[in-house]
Design a protein around this ligand. Structure first.
Ligand SMILES: [Zn+2]
Length: 259
């Protein structure tokens, strides 16, 4: 199994990091992608990847921190992007979820600059999008309408939104959020419908650790090992064997990120 989106560089893991990694790699864990969300965590992700064989880095500025993308930081991000174990640019995108969020214009500018950097160096992108699907899709389509290399991380939207991203070429990443609901018992919960309709070769699994711990660990600190609960839940919804799904999602991650 591969956790395609974790933040084990975060201080939340200080004192727990090596045990959490050991638990994951002992339990058939193949790789973890540690995803940066500001300059500091991007730097830490690259170091973590250099120090650990099966950890890879992604670097980028999250929309919450879009204001920190100075020219100098952009140049440094480019260096980090070119580090030999950096497999993607992210997490980048737009987030209009809760006021006060970073100025939308500043967010858009940071998103575009980083998209352009990723395109220049032919790196996949990891998209964070909250309450901003229309705007993110419009920006992406302004560059090209197909052939994107990347993933829409922490998917929680409708089948229609999923289809739009799939049409552009994106993979769709699922976190522990999928374990919070009972599909079918709640008609508003359209995320299950999206998952059922999705091609298997476009599904990625992730934890977003230390956040979004899946059932039965909700409320605890999340860790890469718990990606298995996400796999089991998706397998249940799709009516298939969890080990088979684990294999498919690992292949998908390897294909997208070249690991
Ligand atoms: Zn994240």
């Amino acid at each position: 199994m591969i956790d395609t989106h974790a933040h084990i560089d975060f201080p939340d893991f200080d004192g727990l990091r090596s045990q959490a990694m050991e638990r994951f790699f002992k339990a058939r864990g193949e790789a973890i992608i540690d995803v940066g969300c500001d300059m500091k965590s991007s730097e830490r992700a690259v170091i973590l990847a250099k120090e650990n064989e099966n950890i890879f880095s992604a670097v980028g500025i999250h929309p919450h921190d879009a204001g920190s993308l100075t020219e100098e930081n952009l140049r440094r991000l480019e260096e980090l992007l070119l580090s030999y174990k950096t497999v993607a640019m992210g997490e980048i995108g737009l987030d209009f979820f809760k006021e006060p969020f970073c100025d939308p214009k500043v967010q858009e500018d940071a998103f575009r600059r980083q998209l352009e950097l990723a395109e220049l160096h032919q790196k996949p992108i990891i998209i964070h999008c909250r309450e901003a699907y229309t705007e993110v899709l419009e920006i992406l389509k302004g560059y090209k309408t197909s052939g994107w290399n990347g993933v829409l991380h922490c998917f929680t939207a409708s089948p229609e939104v999923a289809q739009e991203f799939l049409d552009l070429g994106f993979y769709i990443g699922f976190t522990g959020v999928i374990t919070y609901y009972k599909c079918g018992s709640n008609d508003e919960f359209f995320m299950c419908d999206a998952l059922k309709a999705m091609p298997l070769d476009k599904i990625l699994v992730e934890t977003d650790a230390p956040y979004l711990s899946p059932v039965p660990h909700r409320g605890e600190i999340n860790e890469p090992l718990f990606v298995r609960y996400v796999i089991e839940k998706i397998a249940e919804i799709r009516g298939m064997d969890a080990d088979e799904l684990e294999k498919i999602t690992s292949e998908n991650a390897k294909r997208l990120f070249g690991i």
